[in-house]
Design a binder for this molecule. Structure first.
Ligand code: PLP
Length: 399
């Protein structure tokens, strides 16, 4: 075989997609599997968004568009940032990508050099570390366990910053923990960052609208506006409007960085799908109350899941502020199963394997998110599935 690039050999397939694929395969083989791995809402895309896309097809809006997005969508993004987030951007300071993931990928390729360090608080969304690696940079993982609400402390941030630090990633509400930073916590992190002007800050606000508490949403730029010349705000329509398959995300930041991301995009995907852009514009400009029933369902399921997990042997689960994930601490459960001889290695991979094999429930091990000893479930699935899956996990953990 021809040798693969060093670049591709430093990374792995997204573990959440891998778990989802494995569960799908077992299901196709006729096994009774409940998949709690996938990170996508279980609702259909709202009708008015689909209608906008259908109209776009019918009027022949099926050709290349400007690489960084159609003017109408860019304008809608600028308006969204102003009205919902109190952030002022011009159209030159925003870019539309093929999902939030492409925006992060392009950001990494646009700013990182080999040897640069990227500070990533763990538990982290699986792709941050691997995207940094693709760019040749070094992810610097900081452990933020359940005892600190899975949130980075200012002293930890300060201790991690070196002259080589190029980028700091923050994600609130968080995938996989659902943790949400308060304005005061963000301000405290912002105070640290103010002292280190060589550090670029990226805030991933993908779960902004999956708000389980009703508390007002803030990102680090709201908390510390002085960071604006070196801050990138990442967001998208995938989670808010149940549009994961449409592949539209967006970013806002200093024009020179956005331009660099556009140049990269012009040499990879070119524009995001024309039809999806029209749909995303309809999502941002249309009635926002289509989000409410989804969030109400997530709130109800969240309540149920957290209570159930906390009633199970060896699990400890804290409440989430946003997103649709629960991230129980399973260290005691893992130790119990190991001592009882039910798993042969004392780690979260063995636990996940055991849950899949023994009771047919697919979860994602915490180590995929840089946090050994935990696991993630998505509650973006029906209550019926959740009741069934949690009954099964409960019985599997009873030793
Ligand atoms: N950021 C976070 C924290 C996510 O969980 C995801 C998706 O799982 C994304 C970004 C990317 O979403 P998409 O590429 O579908 O827009």
């Amino acid at each position: 075989d021809i040798t693969l690039s060093d670049r591709v050999q430093t990374i792995k397939e997204s573990p959440t997609l891998a778990v989802t694929a494995r569960a799908g395969k077992l299901k196709a083989e006729g096994k009774d599997i409940i998949g709690l791995g996938a990170g996508e809402p279980d609702f259909d895309t709202p009708q008015h968004i689909k209608d906008a896309a259908k109209k776009a097809i019918d009027r022949g809006f099926t050709k290349y568009t400007p690489v960084a997005g159609i003017p109408g969508l860019k304008k809608a993004i600028v308006t969204k940032f102003k009205n919902q987030n109190g952030l002022e951007y011009t159209e030159k300071e925003v870019i539309v990508g093929v999902g939030g993931k492409q925006c992060i990928f392009n950001l990494a390729l646009a700013v990182l050099n080999p040897g640069d360090e990227v500070i990533v608080p763990a538990p982290y969304w699986v792709s941050y570390a691997d995207i940094a690696l693709v760019a040749g940079a070094k992810p610097v993982i900081i452990q933020c366990g359940i005892e600190q609400g899975f949130k980075l402390l200012p002293a930890q941030l300060e201790a991690a910053i070196t002259p080589k630090t190029k980028l700091f990633m923050i994600n609130s509400p968080s995938n996989p923990t659902g943790s949400v930073y308060t304005l005061a916590e963000l301000k405290a992190l912002g105070e640290v960052l103010k002292k280190y002007p060589h550090v670029l800050v990226a805030t991933d606000d993908m779960y902004e609208h999956v708000n389980l508490t009703g508390e007002k949403f803030y990102n680090i730029l709201n908390a510390t506006p002085e960071l604006k010349p070196r801050c990138i705000v990442l967001n998208g329509v995938s989670k808010a409007y149940s549009m994961t398959g449409w592949r539209i995300g967006y970013a806002a930041g200093p024009a020179y960085i956005i331009k660099a991301m556009e140049i990269l995009q012009s040499q990879s995907t070119s524009n995001p799908t024309s039809i999806s852009q029209v749909a995303a514009q309809a999502a941002l400009e249309g009635p926002q109350d289509c989000i409410t029933p989804m969030v109400e369902a997530f709130i109800e399921r969240h309540e149920y899941v957290v209570n159930r997990f906390n009633s199970m042997q060896g699990l400890n689960c804290i409440k989430a502020g946003g997103a649709f994930y629960a991230f129980p601490d399973a260290r005691v459960a893992i130790s119990n199963l190991f001592k009882a001889g039910k798993i042969s290695t004392e780690n979260d991979m063995a636990l996940s394997e055991y849950l899949l094999e023994k009771v047919g429930v697919a979860v994602v091990p915490g180590s995929a998110f840089g946090a050994e000893g935990y696991f993630r479930i998505s509650f973006a699935t029906s209550m019926e599935n959740l009741v069934n899956a949690l009954d099964r996990i409960d019985s599997a953990l009873s030793v």
